[in-house]
Write a protein that binds this ligand. Structure first.
Ligand code: MG
Length: 256
């Protein structure tokens, strides 16, 4: 283990789970609204979130990133890990992401933070050949839209064996450090990549990140996880057009 790296030994317990969770689960999506069903079939562009969407949330990668965030804060402000975690939670609650809080309240330079927190063990992530095949069959351009970085996305996509399907990654740097669900970077993403929202689909595990996508005219697919932050707000699910607990099965089942 390199100095400064997190102790990820306890994550290895999730290894088997993470790799075997790919077993198909029942999709609850009925594509009941024929309008949205047609939008899926006619989509010119698919915009995928990365973390917990293209790989299972059970990989617990975000737990590692979160731990690294706490270590970064502890190191930066010379506080213990408990105090660091308290501040981390405060940044997240007040600013939507820890990074945003560090930048707004303390003028932290984002690159160092992003490199530090994404320096994680990807040993729990396995290749997903069935997802690879489903993406291969899926017509249209494919983009990644992530609150992480291009480098983080690149590492994970290669590990999953699906890197070749994606034209580009629109990351937190391209978003000018404004994270989803701020709507401004969604507009930039669409404009920069020449995406017509009326012919685009957005796929996400965090329901709230689909609100701006739907508002801009995109068709949405929610990949639910058991994490509370994945769930829709209490004020409804009108922005969720499809639900895909098993993304691979969902994509594979789309009619030609
Ligand atoms: Mg995600």
């Amino acid at each position: 283990m390199r100095p400064g790296r997190p102790d990820t030994r306890h994550f290895s317990r999730n290894r088997l789970w993470c790799e075997t969770v790919i077993a198909p689960r029942q999709n609850t999506d009925s594509t009941a609204n024929p309008l949205y069903g047609a939008a899926l079939r006619g989509a010119a562009t698919w915009v995928f979130d990365l973390d917990n969407t293209l790989y299972p949330a059970s990989c617990n990668l975000f737990a590692q990133v979160s731990q690294r965030m706490g270590e970064f804060i502890a190191r930066t402000f010379a506080v213990d890990l408990d105090e660091a975690r308290r501040r981390q939670k405060g940044f997240f609650q007040t600013h939507g992401t820890t990074l945003r809080g560090l930048m707004v309240e303390h003028g932290i330079e984002p690159t160092e933070f992003l490199n530090f927190v994404h320096d994680i063990d990807l040993g729990v992530v396995a290749a997903m050949p069935e997802l690879d095949a489903a993406l291969q069959r899926l017509p249209g351009r494919k983009l990644i839209y992530t609150n992480g970085t291009v480098a983080h996305a690149d590492r994970i996509l290669r590990k999953l064996g699906i890197h070749k399907h994606f034209e580009a990654t629109f990351d937190i740097v391209a978003s000018d450090y404004l994270p989803k669900p701020e709507i401004a970077p969604y507009r930039v993403m669409l404009q920069r990549h020449g995406v017509d929202p009326a012919r685009a689909v957005m796929v996400e595990d965090m329901a709230r990140n689909l609100v701006p996508a739907a508002a801009l005219g995109m068709t949405t697919v929610w990949v639910p996880t058991t994490e509370t932050w994945s769930q829709p707000e209490a004020d409804g699910q009108a922005h969720i057009h499809h639900t895909a607990p098993d993304l691979t099965a969902f994509l594979a089942a789309l009619p030609d």
